[in-house]
Design a protein around this ligand. Structure first.
Ligand SMILES: C[S+](C)CC[C@H](N)C(=O)O
Ligand SMILES: N[C@@H](CCS)C(=O)O
Ligand SMILES: [Zn+2]
Length: 325
């Protein structure tokens, strides 16, 4: 059966909620791949043996991770390309030219599609500008964030993903800064020609990491009016604290009641950007069952997990989605 385009799928069945996969980079780490490096979870794809040796240990680990998320109930999964911008790759790996970079991305998408099969939806994952300098959890984009050329940064990854028919959706995720959000939303369908979503990186207290309120975020979208790119399908939150995530999503829903939302929080642990390790935070106050019920009440159409969530979390999310839809 051919995949139904996501825009149509979400419109045809207003109750449909898709289950997303979990934290891929941290799950690869749980399974023995050392992701603490400048291209983070891109690292297994950089070595030629991943591609030339079908029985390579890292290749098996990535395949098994996809299998386990599928078995847990994921219906929409991501490419492992969070820190695979041309800048991150060309400055930190032997891959230097645009042609070699395009080849890398095409191989990763082909491989991911083979892992998940033809029927599941595949998201081309695009991390924020801040990922390459590791400020996606502070939103501190320096003294003049309005002068950053976001388009130049994203263009190589965008151009490649736009062209690839194996991808159903583009996901800009962990976006912590309002200038970056404005830039992405200023691009029309000639630049962003596939359906896309934006996942915001939001502080525990409910504001974007740079301090912008959810009303401020909503204003950017409302001000665009009918100039908004028709490919903009969903807005939401990702890699935010598990405990606060239902309230944050609810506040986004209040500010934008008609916008389809998505939510995939992290485990609640906090990332130490210097040591590149996860530190314990407060205990989980709720179960996935409670959290998913609240997300659905706030208009979520895609629900999954981000960093430090595992196939077990996805299993619990999947059961709750079945129960409440
Ligand atoms: C979502 S975070 C854990 C990704 C990694 C971070 N940008 C780093 O470079 O360490
Ligand atoms: N999508 C990425 C993490 C973003 S914070 C991943 O799952 O590894
Ligand atoms: Zn994350």
């Amino acid at each position: 059966m051919a995949r139904i385009p996501l825009k149509q799928l979400l419109a045809d069945d207003p109750k449909k909620v898709l289950v997303l996969d979990g934290g891929q980079g941290t799950e690869l780490e749980n399974r023995g791949i050392k992701v603490a490096n400048p291209v983070w979870s891109t690292i297994p794809f950089i070595s030629e043996s991943f591609w030339s040796d079908e029985s390579s240990a890292n290749r098996k680990i990535v395949e098994e991770m996809f299998n386990d998320f599928l078995a847990a109930g994921a219906e929409i999964l991501m490419t492992i390309t969070y820190q695979t911008s041309f800048k991150s790759v060309s400055e930190n790996t032997p891959i230097k030219t645009l042609a070699a970079y395009d080849n890398l991305l095409t191989r990763i998408v082909d491989f991911s599609r083979d892992c998940i099969g033809k029927e599941k939806h595949l998201i081309g994952c695009i991390g924020p500008w801040g990922a390459h300098v590791c400020c996606e959890f502070t939103g501190d984009y320096g003294p003049n964030p309005e002068n950053i050329d976001f388009y130049q940064y994203f263009k190589p990854q965008l151009d490649n993903f736009n062209r690839n028919e194996k991808l159903d959706l583009l996901g800009f995720e962990t976006i912590p800064n309002i200038h970056e959000l404005k830039a992405i939303l200023s691009w029309d369908a000639s630049i962003l020609s596939k359906p896309f979503y934006i996942g915001l990186s939001v502080h525990e207290h409910g504001v974007l990491r740079d301090g912008t309120t959810m009303e401020g975020v909503a204003k950017v979208i409302k001000d665009l009016g009918d100039k908004i790119n028709p490919n903009f399908l969903l807005l939401g939150i990702n890699c935010v604290s598990f405990n606060q995530s239902p309230d944050i999503l609810e506040s986004l829903h209040r500010a934008l009641p008609n916008m389809p939302l998505l939510a995939y929080p992290n485990s609640g642990e906090v990332y130490d950007t210097e040591k590149k390790i996860w530190l314990p935070n407060s205990d989980k106050l709720n179960s996935w069952d409670t959290v998913v019920k609240q997300y659905i009440g706030s208009g979520a159409r895609i629900i999954g997990g981000c960093c430090r969530t595992t196939p077990k979390d996805i299993q619990e999310i999947s059961a709750a989605v079945k129960k409440y839809t």
